[in-house]
Design a protein around this ligand. Structure first.
Ligand SMILES: Nc1ncnc2c1ncn2[C@@H]1O[C@H](COP(=O)(O)OP(=O)(O)OP(=O)(O)O)[C@@H](O)[C@H]1O
Ligand SMILES: C[C@@](O)(CCO)CC(=O)[O-]
Ligand SMILES: [Mg+2]
Length: 397
């Protein structure tokens, strides 16, 4: 089988409110970032499947014939399956050499790739191909790098398998899939997230697929079309952590103290709903300082709730303290336990205040970006439309 060459990308995300609570059926508000993951898929005739993941120093290849041995007769028949195929996953874990509890970056990324590749191509000839993925996002830092990776894998492999058409027409530089195709991409990306995360809510892959700002509740995705332009400072504390471990920790706390933790989760839900209402008001009425005061208070309360859930970290306390000393309010974003935080910048926040804050945070060893939010979801690119820097990482000379 010969597959088509394609380049796709998907955005990372920041969660404004509702991380962790969303895993337990509460509302989350999430927004795409202008930092993206790019994937290039090339057809080859080498009889091999090659994967290059430069962000995590990984370069692997397998003979198509050895991958075929992992398939059982029943595989690949249902391209819309919602449940993980535990038997395929068990074989892949054995093949990749993963023992239970092993969460290393390379194994998780390899497992997600092989699972989607074999599931989508398993019913026919397995094609030789090479896939390279490079991201502008920090890996494992709360900005949805696993979801952007999974969305890119799903979009490229579904397109290559012919399950969905390539949307890019002759002269266009970028193109997006239709709603139905995006739903299929999202459902396969969710499988990738399950492999990497254990028990994901699906909010991260939804933002990676659709982009923009979303309200997410129990798998239901509502795009928020009218949102004010928010200025956000992103800070990476560079403290490593694993989303899978943190999500499991909150579940343990909930099981141990249901009457204590359930009300916290309900309260987070109310934070997301109040934030959504405030954002809506900011697009239908003149924006006032009071709107920003409310957004700042919600950030402070939500950060305290996340600490109660056990997903805070001293590095994040430092972020909140350092920014508050400049009058700015911050919270962790994503799974917490280190990783990234967001700081809300008011429209009147002077660039000198932002610069001094960034300097204070750099002095703590952190990395900062003032970012624009609401970038497009998954898209296909023509090779000439991708920045040279990105192409250099995808196909180094
Ligand atoms: N560019 C990439 N190349 C290869 N693998 C990646 C890449 N980005 C993410 N991954 C995979 O995703 C894993 C990180 O996922 P994890 O969910 O822990 O963090 P995150 O998605 O960045 O944060 P959060 O889920 O809190 O938003 C890595 O261990 C790796 O397996
Ligand atoms: C911590 C969490 O709520 C967000 C991770 O970005 C996990 C999830 O929703 O899958
Ligand atoms: Mg993740």
């Amino acid at each position: 089988m010969h597959v088509q060459h394609c380049i796709v990308s998907a955005p990372g995300k920041a969660i404004l409110h509702g991380e962790h609570a969303v895993v337990h059926g509460k509302v989350a508000l999430a927004v795409s970032l202008n930092l993206r993951t790019f994937l290039e898929l090339k057809a080859t005739s080498s009889g091999k499947v090659c994967v290059d993941l430069p962000n995590i120093d990984t370069s692997l290849s397998w003979d198509v014939s050895e991958l075929r041995m992992l398939l059982s007769a029943s595989l690949g028949e249902d391209k819309e399956t919602k449940l993980l195929d535990v038997e395929l996953l068990r074989r892949l874990r054995e093949f990749v050499g993963i023992t239970d509890g092993n969460l290393d970056t390379r194994s998780m990324a390899t497992l997600a790739f092989l699972y989607i590749y074999l599931s989508l191509f398993g019913s026919g000839d397995l094609p030789s191909l090479s896939v390279s993925v490079w991201s502008e996002l920090p890996t494992g830092a709360g900005l949805g790098s696993s979801a952007a990776y999974s969305v890119c894998l799903a979009a490229a492999l579904l397109t290559a398998s012919g399950a969905i058409p390539a949307p890019l027409k002759d002269t266009a530089s970028t193109a997006r899939w239709c709603q139905e195709d995006m739903e299929l991409i999202n459902s396969w990306a969710f499988q990738g997230e399950k492999i990497i995360h254990g028990n994901p809510s699906g909010v991260d892959n939804a933002v990676g697929t659709w982009g923009g700002m979303l309200r997410f509740l129990s798998g239901k995705i509502i795009p928020l079309s009218r949102v004010p332009l928010l200025r956000i400072l992103l800070t990476n504390t560079k403290v490593p952590r694993s989303t899978k471990v943190l999500v499991a920790g909150v579940k343990d706390k909930l099981n141990k103290f249901p009457s204590i933790i359930n009300p916290v989760l309900d309260s987070v839900d109310a934070i997301s709903c109040t934030c959504e209402k405030t954002l809506a008001e900011m697009t239908s009425q003149p924006i006032t300082g009071e709107h920003y005061n409310v957004l700042e208070e919600l950030i402070d309360i939500n950060q305290s709730q996340l600490n109660v859930m056990g997903v805070g970290h001293p590095s994040l306390d430092t972020l909140c303290r350092v920014t508050l000393a400049r009058g700015l309010h911050s919270k962790l974003t994503g799974a917490g336990g280190g990783g990234c935080g967001i700081t809300l910048l008011r429209p009147e926040t002077d660039s000198s205040v932002v610069q001094s804050t960034v300097q204070d945070l750099r002095d703590c060893g952190y990395e900062c970006w003032e970012t624009s939010i609401g970038g497009p979801g998954v898209q296909q690119h023509s090779p000439t439309s991708v920045k040279d820097e990105v192409m250099e990482h995808l196909s180094p000379h």
